[in-house]
Design a protein around this ligand. Sequence first.
Ligand code: SAM
Ligand code: SF4
Length: 334
Amino acid sequence: MTAPLIDPFARPITYLRVSVTDRCDFRCVYCMAENMTFLPKADLLSLEELDRMCSAFVRLGVEKLRITGGEPLVRKGIMTFFHAMTRHLDSGALKELTLTTNGSQLRRFARELADCGVRRINVSLDTLDARKFADITRWGRLPQVLDGIAAAKEAGLRVKINAVALKGFNEDEQFSITEWCAREGHDLTWIEVMPMGDLGNEDRLDQYWNLKDLRARYGERYTLTDLAERTGGPARYVRLEETGQKIGFITPLTHNFCESCNRVRLTCTGELYMCLGQEDMADLRAPLRASPDDAELDQAIRAAISRKPKGHDFDYSRQKVQGQVSRHMSHTGG
Ligand code: SAM
Ligand code: SF4
């Protein structure tokens, strides 16, 4: 038996998030600059290398794989990779294969994703107003995304909507988005905006909308029940009793969720980040490319996990963005 991955704080690592590309067909203002320089193709892990990398993690005990980006569905040939991961679902080693997407390519891929064993997906959507959607994503078009979400539903995929809570942007849509999700049967999670990267266009403090406010506003309209459910991540859930809806809150800045952290993040170039909020990473591409045998890779993965820090240092509390990390969300995949 292979020993499972356990970090220095006795947390089993069972969840891997993999960014398969740094590219995207949108340019969300909180995520990317308008003129991004993307990585040269040679730096990216090939689809075969992504397969080897993910398979190594699955062999070492990872049970949940989330594919992200950039926009994962714009990576050329990505369906080949999804089809390949199906074997780990079939063997029972992998319990869940899922992805986070902006939804733009779902009309094309939803059915095939379902065929690959994907059951649930996260779709990022911050507004239901077409003009505001075009503003926040710069290059995105709302009807295409809504059609993609409809395609996912038709294919039998469960959809969770992730909305970044932005002051002065979607505050006025809290209830309309919630009601739309209730009608469509989608779960909904609100995400606090994080100080990622230097985008030079927005002051993150101006946009910061504390999710405590958001929760309190729900409380004025609905009866809230806290749910004990934990995912090992920064999400906390409540149920709106009147609609039966489950609403999530991802508050990486105001909540201490690190003690139950079960995840690590792999970038499209094979860097493993042990914590979203820290700069430390391990290069896994070199050991992967050094030998067709996985022994060196396994050893590098274990060495990386042994360095997983206790927690992150994000802090807005002193009205100054502290603990800001320099890379963009599209690099580590959120
Ligand atoms: N392109 C895909 C998408 O948008 O779902 C996957 C990658 S995207 C980087 C993953 C998630 O990160 C999205 O839900 C996005 O809203 C979120 N995100 C990006 N930048 C963020 C920031 N500065 N603060 C909080 N969430 C952010
Ligand atoms: Fe692209 Fe997702 Fe970043 Fe928006 S949040 S620019 S869709 S990677």
